[in-house]
Design a binder for this molecule. Structure first.
Ligand SMILES: Nc1nc2c(ncn2[C@@H]2O[C@H](COP(=O)(O)OP(=O)(O)OP(=O)(O)O)[C@@H](O)[C@H]2O)c(=O)[nH]1
Length: 371
């Protein structure tokens, strides 16, 4: 099955992935949602705050420098990333000057099917107007659909010092929540993230936004916890390969450096596969069931990547001495992979995951017993 990257309107470069990035047809698709009613993520904010850049960099592999040449969005741009990504949702990029009082703006239709609303604030600009826009947007959306997750990206923080970043976040947080309290909307919860397209912060923030929309998250986390504890692994991420957002990790804290290392590993594996793994005529696939890689680092740890589904990869950080028991890791990985497939097969039918699923799994312990 080939993954079409050249969808209408998906302009820009695709970096590591060829447009005919091919996977193979044996396995059924395992994704977040198989129904046509895909969760929707809205990108809103003032003009030039960076909405289109975020969408292009995260989902279309555009390099950050290329976003300098993006033209202003003049109408709602609907991007369906479900065919290229595990994360089967639509992203709606709104023009900066959207007018809620325009009779053609159908808030019912727009906010009803929305899972998350990301409001982008340009931290390099004066954000007073952005804050009043944020308030207007959130109060409108909340009235139509109180279940929306409201996510605020304090964006373009690459131009700010560390102290300035913290101060900006505190100030935006305070003012936005004060505005909500003044309007008797203190029930509305806003989450804040410091983001930039020039580092991994935008992928990290998007990962957290997406994770909130995955009902299977607790099950996946639980599976990863069992997997790492029985395999002597330090940290494990389940990545959406194309976007490099992680859809789940074990419950130990995520440090940015580990996340960046794992993202870089995905790039390396896909780049090398694209350059040396395809046939001369470009046929073959850069990422398939056989995809795996181990990279030894100079700090006695090993990065280990393995394919889980056509869209997902597991990337782990393992100590060298634990990696000597690679057979055990591979056996437990096999169990984990099977479980992840089962979780999504079950939820494909019943829409909710079965938390008992991992109860029937048999992971091998480091002492050789079966758990
Ligand atoms: N420094 C910096 N610049 C950014 C970042 N993200 C976007 N930009 C720049 O901000 C400018 C505007 O970006 P767009 O993505 O077009 O903004 P938009 O919100 O989609 O704009 P409209 O379509 O007019 O609503 C571009 O020149 C981008 O290169 C960032 O994280 N850091």
């Amino acid at each position: 099955m080939s993954i079409p990257y050249d969808e209408a309107g998906l302009a820009g470069s695709f970096g590591s992935f060829p447009k005919s990035f091919d996977y193979g047809a044996e396995e059924p698709e395992v994704g977040l949602s198989t129904c046509s009613d895909k969760p929707r993520i809205l990108l809103m904010g003032l003009r030039r705050s960076g909405k289109s850049s975020i969408q292009k960099v995260v989902f279309h592999k555009m390099s950050p420098n290329e976003t300098l040449f993006l033209e202003s969005t003049n109408q709602i741009y609907k991007d369906d990333v479900s065919s290229t990504s595990f994360v089967q949702f639509q992203i709606w990029d709104f023009p900066g000057q959207v007018d809620f009082f325009d009779p053609t703006f159908d808030s019912e239709m727009i906010f009803k099917g929305t899972g998350a609303l990301i409001f982008v604030i340009d931290a390099q600009d004066d954000y007073v107007e952005a804050l009043s826009r944020l308030h207007l947007t959130v109060s409108r959306a909340y009235k139509v659909n109180p279940d929306i997750n409201f996510e605020v990206f304090i964006h373009k923080v690459d131009g700010l010092s560390d102290d300035h970043k913290i101060e900006t976040q505190r100030d935006v947080h305070q003012r936005a929540n004060d505005d909500l309290s003044d309007a008797n909307l203190e029930k509305v919860h806003l989450s804040f993230y410091l983001t930039s397209i020039y580092d991994h912060s935008i992928f990290e923030a998007f990962s957290k936004v997406v994770q909130k929309l995955i009902p299977q998250l607790p099950t996946l986390e639980n599976l990863l916890n069992i997997f790492i504890s029985h395999s002597g692994i330090e940290k494990a991420f389940l990545f959406d390969v194309v976007s490099k957002i992680y859809i789940a990790t074990d419950s130990s804290p995520v440090d940015m450096q580990s996340y960046e290392l794992c993202c870089d590993m995905i790039d390396v594996v896909i780049d090398v596969s694209c350059i040396y793994g395809l046939m001369a005529d470009g046929s073959g696939c850069a990422y398939d069931k056989e995809s795996m890689a181990a990279i030894k680092l100079n700090n006695t740890t090993v990065l280990y990547l393995k394919e889980v589904t056509k869209f997902l990869a597991l990337v782990c950080i393992v100590r060298e001495e634990s990696f000597e028991r690679k057979g055990l890791i591979d056996y437990n990985f096999h169990c984990l992979r099977k479980a992840v497939h089962e979780v999504f097969e079950v939820s494909g039918v019943a829409s909710l995951p079965c938390p008992q699923r991992n109860g029937c799994l048999k992971f091998a312990a480091q002492n050789g017993s079966i758990l």
